[in-house]
Ligand binder design. Sequence first.
Ligand SMILES: Cc1cc2nc3c(=O)[nH]c(=O)nc-3n(C[C@H](O)[C@H](O)[C@H](O)COP(=O)(O)O)c2cc1C
Length: 181
Amino acid sequence: MKAGVPLSNAYRLINHGPVLLLSTRRRGRANVCAVSWVTPVDADLVAVVLSEENDSFRSVMETGEFVLNVPNRSLLRQVVGCGSVSGRECDKFRRFGLTPTRARRVRAPRVAECIGHLECRVLPGGARLARRHNLFIARVVAAAAERGLFTKRWMMRSPRARSLHHLGGNVFAVPDGRELR
Ligand SMILES: Cc1cc2nc3c(=O)[nH]c(=O)nc-3n(C[C@H](O)[C@H](O)[C@H](O)COP(=O)(O)O)c2cc1C
């Protein structure tokens, strides 16, 4: 027996990929926000949905660049903070004790405390999709992960490699580290 799921919640059946921190730099100012509406659409392409009310939307529109940073479970407080406060109100890096560091291929910073990074550039013509659907499709131009935690895939046996998964509201899940084959 299955119970119906309201369409407003239907995406939660499949949208429990890791929550990420999206970092940007616009006119010299770095910002970071939480995102869970993210999915790979090819090996080196990602799709991200950003509300136009977010400062990060403006930054990505203006610069065409961002970094997707993978936080582990130890960064839950920072993820919730970066997902609740706008960069228009404060410097979130400072407020939540996060460190912006140089990325390799884009001007947007990496978040040093995160265990993985995808540096991304919005595809040419991407602004139209963003204006209509808030959707950015971007090419991954560089990627990095912490040594020992990722070799072709996350080594979830290490608690430090365990990502956070947003289930809705203020509830998150963490993988239990078992690998099934
Ligand atoms: C777990 C979580 C996931 C979120 N996912 C998204 C998302 O995918 N897209 C989005 O636009 N906002 C998302 N948000 C909300 C933004 O992070 C939030 O509005 C943030 O304050 C925007 O900051 P900014 O104005 O500095 O860009 C999420 C928030 C949380 C807590």
